[in-house]
Design a protein around this ligand. Sequence first.
Ligand code: AMP
Length: 556
Amino acid sequence: MDHATPLIAMLVAGLGLAFILGALAARLRMSPIVGYLLAGIAVGPFTPGFVADQKLANELAEIGVILLMFGVGMHFSLRDLLSVRAIALPGAVVQITVATVLGALLAQALGWGWGAGIIFGLSLSVASTVVLLRALEDRGLVTSERGRIAVGWLIVEDIAMVLALVLLPALAGWLRSDTTGPAPDAAALATAVLVTLAKVAAFMVVVLVVGRRTIPWLLHAVARHRELFRLAVLAIALGVAFGSATLFGVSFALGAFFAGMVLSESELSYRAAEETLPLREAFAVLFFVSVGMLFDPGVVLREPLALAGALFIVLVGKSVAAFLIVLLFRHPVGVAMTIAASLAQIGEFSFILAGLGMSLGLLPEAGRDIVLATAIISIVLNPIAFGVSRRLEPYIEAAQRRLRGTATAGEDAAEPGGHVVLVGFGRVGTLVAATLAERGVPFLVIESDADRVADLREKGYACVEGNAASRGVIVQAGIRRASELLVAIPGTFEGGRAIRHAKEANPGIHVVARAHSDAEVAHLGRLGADVVIMGERQIALEMIAASGVTSRPGSS
Ligand code: AMP
């Protein structure tokens, strides 16, 4: 391969192999992520053949993190974030402490000393943003109660890591001599902490106050121009992430999350989320490829016991700690299990911490290799953790109900309930909406066209802007608690996807859909529509009825 074009070589080899191996993994009923990681190992330095540029891969992966966090921020309002602080803050702090102590003890057993132990433990304590968000998105959980807690938890972890990255160099001298050396200058340390916290606070104020006015305004200004709108979304996501990292020293991920969050109250947020989806997915794939590239399979043979210990901390220690904390805060078992499963992995922050630990002369190389191997294995096992938690959830919830003798609260209680979700506000949808309004039936409209959304708002109808084919949009419309879904759009492909997502989230929902041919009627019926109205057939019937044609005597 031509070495003069390392970026192209990386993209072609990375994406191409990720596609082939991802498809293979999906075929074998595994998560495609396993395929992406294997693709990374294949183009990494530890396997023969083509070796992609690691530095480039990491930067591309970072773009993936930015776009992903931006997308998640758009589903989040400040109110959502604050609503989970009571659990996310203590939860993340306790869990980081538990994992760090366990990691430090393991390091001690390996004879590495406490300095190495603290870094090793911290590395094992932080979950990967990408893995967690992908897991939540794949299951349509981002805006659910458990999703909000998990994301809030992630934000606290993120801020804790920003602090750790600032403090570690200041503490390195002391930690290196295994806490027996000269104590660090307490005043200097306190100043470093305060300055960092002040920067994070200043960053939040600037984004939430200035960004809240300018970002939605900017998007509204170009909303009619599809290409410019997409460009604006990308420029804002990348620009704010980069700017806040440079000016305020916060991570790219945190910057992007807040940039997305200021958009969340704008009706354009769903459109913006959708427009960035293809890029987000492509870069998330590159993230997994870049993780795979770091993996040195030899470590499994060199350090089997240490690796097993680290895996135990990540898969069991952290999960049990998270599970118990969430239960302690009186959340349902299901919520506790999802949080535990989503945190039972480590990723990008762990690499950064381990890398810093090595460059400070604190962590032995074996420590970094074990962190990397633990990351890969825990990411591969993560879908299984979710599967297990999902399967166990009904049993544990039933047991809990029996114990308490009461029903536990379901999630998304804040969403409207018993309402009708209407998809499309065109020729058909407007008539349906007018009748629903006239009859006083509560309803919410999903519409993808910005002008029609403006019209809806003018009329005072509740609506969600976005493509109904996307699971996030359907869930946002409160589908879990809705009683009826009326699909009044002509596109059967998108209508079909909307029906599938709705039935997955709420199997009891009654679905009425619109079609234009017998094949479409059959297709939508297969996907779960209870009644399908074929437009042309209704027109034919109306024509006959209006024509005055009557049967001739003698005909049957
Ligand atoms: P009509 O065919 O006149 O009933 O118009 C269909 C309406 O549905 C238009 O307003 C479209 O913007 C809207 N629409 C089409 N596809 C989707 C979709 N996938 N999600 C949400 N709205 C849609």
